[in-house]
Design a protein around this ligand. Sequence first.
Ligand SMILES: C[S@@+](CC[C@H](N)C(=O)[O-])C[C@H]1O[C@@H](n2cnc3c(N)ncnc32)[C@H](O)[C@@H]1O
Length: 130
Amino acid sequence: MLRQKIKGIFSSPPYVGLINYHEQHAYAYEIFGFDRKDELEIGHLSKGQGKEARDAYVKGIAESLINCKKYLQKDYDIFLVANDKFNLYPDIAQLADMKIVNQFKRPVLNRVEKDRSTAYAEIIFHLKEK
Ligand SMILES: C[S@@+](CC[C@H](N)C(=O)[O-])C[C@H]1O[C@@H](n2cnc3c(N)ncnc32)[C@H](O)[C@@H]1O
């Protein structure tokens, strides 16, 4: 039984079809001898960014948020950093029974991955219980 619950979460979840994190962290699986679970990775690059992948992403992130609720105080604050080009976070919030109370725009000027020539921005979503 948890005696003390947390006030909030600040996290950067994976995004839909952008990065293969199992490959990015392959060294860690090798060094520590962890089993790879590629099929459980939310937003895995190989699934693409089509409708099916986006729906699975919405469900996966919403389920993670719902799972966190048992560790959170009632008046919790969640901050999630995302490059939400498909506008999925309103659906994620809805499915998790949360509301987006604020959005902070964050331009990313020095990307270390992919094409540096295209502008890339992220939003920090502030979520609370509905
Ligand atoms: C954008 S990275 C952020 C990592 C870390 N939260 C940080 O802020 O530095 C997203 C992370 O989500 C992890 N991830 C993807 N699917 C997951 C899942 N089903 N369960 C747990 N972690 C997952 C990826 O492996 C990756 O490390």
